[in-house]
Design a protein around this ligand. Structure first.
Ligand SMILES: [Zn+2]
Length: 117
């Protein structure tokens, strides 16, 4: 959980609670508000991501990105990557291979580990 004092307060009064919310809400944040936080002189979002969430690599990728759409792409990619890494929680007991869904695992078991008669 992120404490209120760690929230990101937008110039227009909006509040963003975490990186995922930022990624999703960039669509509705206007270019002018975005540019007040991200410009030649500063990158408030990258700072916030680095210092509040300790996501140094993500922050590094975002520094220098001044286009809102591009910014959003970097953020969304970050979540896609993370998702595929964490989501393989169904492990095959026979070979240890990971699957994102129970169905995926059972299909694998059927194909790879069912003995042919
Ligand atoms: Zn297996």
């Amino acid at each position: 959980m992120v404490k209120p004092e760690k929230y990101f307060y937008l110039e227009d009064g909006g509040i963003i609670k975490n990186i995922r919310e930022l990624a999703l809400r960039l669509d509705e944040i206007s270019d002018s508000v975005f540019q007040r936080h991200v410009n030649q002189d500063k990158n408030d979002f990258a700072n916030w991501i680095e210092f509040v969430f300790k996501e140094k690599n993500l922050a590094k990728q975002l520094r220098g990105v001044m286009d809102k759409k591009q910014f959003q792409i970097v953020l969304l990619k970050h979540f896609v990557r993370r998702k595929t890494k964490n989501i393989k929680k169904f492990k095959c007991p026979h070979c240890g291979k990971g699957f994102s869904t129970k169905v995926g695992l059972s299909v694998h078991k059927t194909i790879a580990h069912t003995k042919k008669r």
